[in-house]
Design a protein around this ligand. Structure first.
Ligand SMILES: [Zn+2]
Length: 299
């Protein structure tokens, strides 16, 4: 496969570091100044929330509907989510919309959600209308399928063994970043275990990566104290939004056309689209104008 070409960089409109420091000084000066800044900058933040990388979650049972431990998983989710929303507003966000992306996308308890945030739930488009937002946060994500000692690692579904975009092995972080990038939106912050954070930083070095647990196996690891995990998420979101207000990073964009290759765990049905190449009985590949279009051709 050909080598991935990734276009990534820093927006030309970025202010100098001196201006960044001055901006931070203004923001932290007082609550009043913070409120004014939020209105002036009007940052709109979208949060995609998954569950496997949420602090407090170590077992598949906690993220599985109909399991007795699922309610515990939801409580953990709400804790991280509210900490993240709080951090976004402290950092100067004017609007925060959260979108539930785990499983059937019905995990958020709206009644317990920070009342300042709008909420999108249920199986609906993840990227439609995302252009409205200045930055994307990937909360509670996990490392790519096959990552050693990573908590609940997988890519999209446990039926996917390996996934590549333009020849580079990709996890959900890269997949989300690439599709958001196609809509002009940069990923500004991400949270999950240590392996996920390493994966995120390797792809986008300037992303604020918040490590809330350390993986030891697929369903084992060390969890931070709850208050510490929430504080780290709050501070990470605040820092990410502040940085965004000063300097909007260039979105992560793959060079077009984009070739996606998917290796399934089990042999799948034969592809319906003649453009899909059969690499072997469990591996299919297709090239499309961008990542979103290419992946849609595979299904
Ligand atoms: Zn996921």
């Amino acid at each position: 496969m050909k080598t991935a070409k990734v276009l990534i960089g820093t927006a030309a409109a970025c202010l100098t570091m001196g201006a960044f420091a001055a901006e931070n000084a203004n923001v932290t000066a007082s609550a009043g100044a913070r409120g004014n800044s939020a209105q002036e900058s009007g940052m709109k933040i979208k949060i995609f929330c998954d569950m496997e990388g949420i602090s407090g979650i170590l077992a598949k049972s906690q993220v599985t509907h109909d399991h007795p431990r699922y309610a515990e998983g939801q409580r953990c989710l709400m804790g991280d989510l509210n900490a993240c929303i709080q951090g976004c507003f402290s950092g100067g966000a004017a609007k925060v919309t959260v979108q539930d992306i785990h499983s059937t996308c019905r995990n958020i308890v709206w009644d317990e959600l920070d009342g300042r945030a709008a909420c999108i739930a249920g199986p609906t488009s993840r990227f439609q209308g995302i252009e409205e937002f200045d930055g994307l946060i990937l909360l509670g994500y996990h490392a790519m399928a096959g990552t050693p000692n990573a908590i609940l690692a997988h890519t999209s579904s446990h039926a996917w063994k390996n996934f590549w975009m333009n020849g580079e092995k990709a996890g959900e972080f890269a997949f989300e970043a690439a599709r958001a990038g196609e809509h002009g939106v940069p990923v500004i912050m991400a949270s999950g275990d240590d392996k996920f954070c390493r994966e995120a930083k390797a792809l986008i070095s300037e992303v604020v990566a918040v490590e809330v647990k350390t993986g030891a196996a697929f369903e084992a690891g060390t969890l931070l104290p709850k208050t510490v995990a929430h504080q780290k998420i709050r501070q990470g979101a605040e820092e990410a939004v502040r940085k965004l207000r000063v300097c909007k990073p260039k979105p992560y964009v793959l060079s077009s056309p984009v070739t996606v290759r998917l290796e399934w765990v089990e042999r799948p049905a034969l592809p319906g689209n003649p453009a899909v190449k059969i690499i072997d009985a469990r591996t299919y590949e297709v090239t499309g104008e961008n990542a979103e279009k290419a992946i849609n051709m595979l299904f």
